[in-house]
Design a protein around this ligand. Structure first.
Ligand code: ADP
Ligand code: MG
Length: 392
């Protein structure tokens, strides 16, 4: 049974009625421009064909009741309890419930109508793997409350409110990329987003190129605190560089030449962090021209450089991610491979010639398993539509 049908059938069992709405909100994969969204740079994500599905209806109770099928846990909260970060009976919110509760909190701040709901949800976006299962949950509940509340807002605006939920309510200081991609995805398109102006345009990947995602199966604890620490390092680098470059507001504003000239003004570790961002933004400046000209080989090289930079300068890789990338880069038909998402475990993204994709996936899985004793999950994915209400 498809995940959407499972969610509906679980809803019917749990709440003894048909759900009024079904929502699908996808995860995303980022092809290039990593750890630059919170530095006002350019990114290149696509929504993927894995998503969170939510079945929901308005509830007669004053609180919402949510069943997270994948964790087999329920939470119930009201707009009031959510501002105190608790459930409706004053017990603590479970960790996963911070995401939907944060969405409710963010919408209430805008004075939007957020009726209590009964909801059942489940996702096939792997959690904590760099494919943004969190944004999928957030965008799903954004659309759920939009449907129940009877108001409408542009997708990008919803994404901004979801980002606010994750950074200010959940406490992960994220950029806008994940929520944007989940909200605005277009079938078969990569999305080139300027995280400062929020202008974006769809770019086309040739149809004979496959996006292959490889999950190392490794999950690192403390990824959120390491993420926030990188965020702070970038802010600190901006502060120090402003002494010589008073006009800069973010690492986006630092040109590579200026950075090279001034890099000895930064402590060694901070210099490495900032260098990744400055050089990654420079790589991103080449993307549109390369993809428009169909220069996939050159684009793939940028992906490989990005991985080396995340590994050596930004230091967010790990042995398993490095193995997965090293193996992929030797395989036939592979244009580029790198870790995707925040890092510290999770997935790699690979651009592979379509005709080699099946073989690539098989060989990558076998070789990785032989080398690490870990069972990876590898799938060929497609750029998919963004979050949507589905007719039921
Ligand atoms: P990711 O890279 O997948 O976004 P995050 O650490 O940002 O990783 O978010 C993962 C968290 O999002 C999970 O620990 C959980 O709290 C929440 N989450 C994601 N998917 C689900 C789900 N299917 N059910 C419940 N909670 C989920
Ligand atoms: Mg996330």
């Amino acid at each position: 049974m498809e995940l959407a049908e499972q969610v509906i059938s679980k809803y019917i069992n749990r709440f003894k009625s048909q759900p009024q709405y079904l929502i699908r909100a996808p995860g995303r994969v980022n092809l290039l421009g990593e750890h630059v969204d919170y530095n006002a740079g350019l990114v290149l994500p696509a929504a993927i064909d894995r998503a969170t599905y939510i079945a929901c209806s308005p509830s007669a109770t004053p609180h919402s009741t949510l069943w997270a099928v994948d964790l087999n846990q329920e939470a119930f909260f009201s707009a009031e309890s959510v501002s105190a970060k608790t459930q409706a009976d004053a017990t603590p919110l479970p960790e996963w419930a911070f995401y939907p509760a944060g969405v409710l909190w963010s919408l209430r701040q805008e004075n939007l109508s957020t009726p209590a709901m009964n909801a059942v949800f489940s996702s096939n976006v792997p959690r904590g793997a760099g494919l943004s299962s969190s944004a999928a949950v957030e965008m799903g509940f954004m659309l759920a409350w939009q449907a129940l509340g009877g108001w409408e807002m542009p997708a990008l605006q919803l994404a901004l409110l979801a980002q606010k939920a994750e950074s200010q309510y959940v406490g992960v200081n994220c950029g806008i990329m994940d929520q944007f991609a989940s909200a605005c995805g277009i079938k078969d398109k990569l999305l080139l987003l300027d995280c400062r102006s929020l202008e974006w345009k769809p770019l086309t990947l040739p149809t004979d190129i496959a996006i292959v995602i490889a999950d190392t199966s490794i999950r690192r604890k403390l990824a959120a605190s390491a993420y926030n620490e990188r965020h702070q390092a970038c802010a600190e680098a901006v502060r120090l560089l402003q002494k010589s470059l008073p006009h800069i507001r973010a690492l986006r504003d630092v040109r590579v030449e200026d950075f090279n000239r001034l890099s000895d003004q930064l402590p060694v570790k901070l210099e490495r962090r900032a260098r990744h961002v400055v050089e990654e933004i420079e790589r991103m400046n080449q993307v549109e021209a390369l993809l428009s000209a169909g220069k996939i080989q050159e684009f793939g090289q940028l992906m490989n450089q990005c991985h080396a930079s995340l590994r050596d300068l930004y230091e967010v890789s790990c042995a398993e991610l490095n193995s997965m990338v090293e193996i992929a880069q030797t395989l036939k038909g592979c244009y580029g491979a790198r870790l995707t998402g925040a890092g510290f475990g999770g997935c790699t993204v690979n651009l592979v010639e379509q005709t080699h994709a099946e073989n690539f996936a098989l060989t990558l899985a076998e070789t990785y398993q032989a080398r690490t004793n870990l069972q990876p999950e590898i799938y060929i994915t497609h750029a998919a539509r963004g979050a949507e209400l589905i007719e039921i």
